[in-house]
Design a protein around this ligand. Structure first.
Ligand SMILES: Cc1cc2nc3c(=O)[nH]c(=O)nc-3n(C[C@H](O)[C@H](O)[C@H](O)COP(=O)(O)OP(=O)(O)OC[C@H]3O[C@@H](n4cnc5c(N)ncnc54)[C@H](O)[C@@H]3O)c2cc1C
Length: 266
């Protein structure tokens, strides 16, 4: 079985972010592997490692797939040090400004050409937070998409994948024939910390960096000019008010009600 995990390098969640000309300034902040993608990697490793151990070989492989600048290889190395076998990074100056449609086009092409049986994603990235890439991949590939997975089971003989789908109303069990796209939530597991051995091993693992030409996509099909969405403007969130401190000298309840009425909350 060949499994791909889509991983994205994102600005550190705690970093102060700013927009420049409608784009997030990624250069000026520390970058990390998207949190939710770590859960996807962990889940896939938990599926594959026992199978490989039983087979005594790396018959089942885990490939990380990312689209981003060259520096995204730093985030990829973290995933490799967790235990993924290898990685593909699509990096090309023409990709700058690509929106979700363009991003999914590139990722879907690599997946289609790679002969994968399963693709795992996080449910969302912590920067753009559109939560659309997994669905777009499934649509472009013509594969089933199982979303919000809180548990995943793969039936190799039946070529099926089954998930527990966590919703606000309860848990749904859903299954699909392979190939399929699965997106996971953060409650699915506790991602491992890379071990020293894993970090050293990751240094020798292959990151296959591909240009758009080698992926087989014209530069005119991606990037800002080919994107369907455009950021028209962005304003910084206003600083928070200090809040109102009410001294209770017997009339605290009244003051509280007055405050709620003034805010039209009652
Ligand atoms: C007009 C416009 C211009 C933009 N310009 C830029 C730009 O110049 N540079 C830039 O970096 N971003 C840019 N973006 C943001 C970029 O399009 C989104 O980051 C991308 O479409 C993915 O959306 P998302 O991050 O919300 O992913 P989500 O749909 O929230 O992500 C879900 C999952 O999909 C997978 N995934 C998402 N993105 C990738 C990826 N790149 N590689 C591998 N797996 C992935 C991960 O598994 C992730 O957990 C732009 C967006 C718009 C609308």
């Amino acid at each position: 079985m060949k499994i791909a995990v889509c991983v994205k390098q994102v600005p550190d969640s705690w970093a102060e972010k700013k927009m420049v000309d409608g784009r997030l300034d990624r250069e000026s902040v520390d970058a990390v592997l998207n949190d939710l993608d770590e859960y996807a990697i962990e889940e896939v490793l938990r599926l594959v490692e026992p199978l490989n151990e039983a087979a005594g070989s790396d018959a089942h492989t885990v490939t990380l797939l990312s689209m981003g600048p060259d520096r995204a290889s730093e985030a990829i190395r973290k995933g490799l040090s967790m235990g993924a076998h290898d990685a593909i990074l699509v990096s090309d100056p023409a990709l700058a400004g690509s929106d979700a449609l363009a991003t999914s086009k590139v990722l879907a092409k690599v997946i289609a050409d790679g002969g994968f049986d399963l693709v795992f994603c996080g449910t969302e990235s912590t920067d753009a937070r559109m939560s659309v890439i997994p669905a777009m991949l499934a649509e472009r590939l013509g594969w089933a998409h199982l979303t919000f997975a809180g548990a995943v089971r793969v039936d190799l003989d039946g070529k099926k994948v089954e998930i527990d789908r966590m919703t606000e109303f309860g848990v749904e069990t859903m299954s699909a024939s392979l190939p399929a796209v699965v997106s996971v939530i953060e409650k699915i597991n506790e991602p491992r910390y890379p071990s020293f051995k894993g970090i050293m091993a990751a240094k020798k693992k292959t990151i296959d960096t591909r240009s758009l030409a080698s992926v087989g996509i014209e530069s005119s099909a991606v990037g800002a000019s080919a994107s369907w969405s455009r950021v028209e403007g962005a304003v910084a969130r206003p600083p928070r008010d200090k809040g109102v401190k009410v001294e209770d000298s017997g009339d605290g309840g009244e003051k509280l009600v007055d405050f709620l009425m003034e805010k039209r909350l009652v």
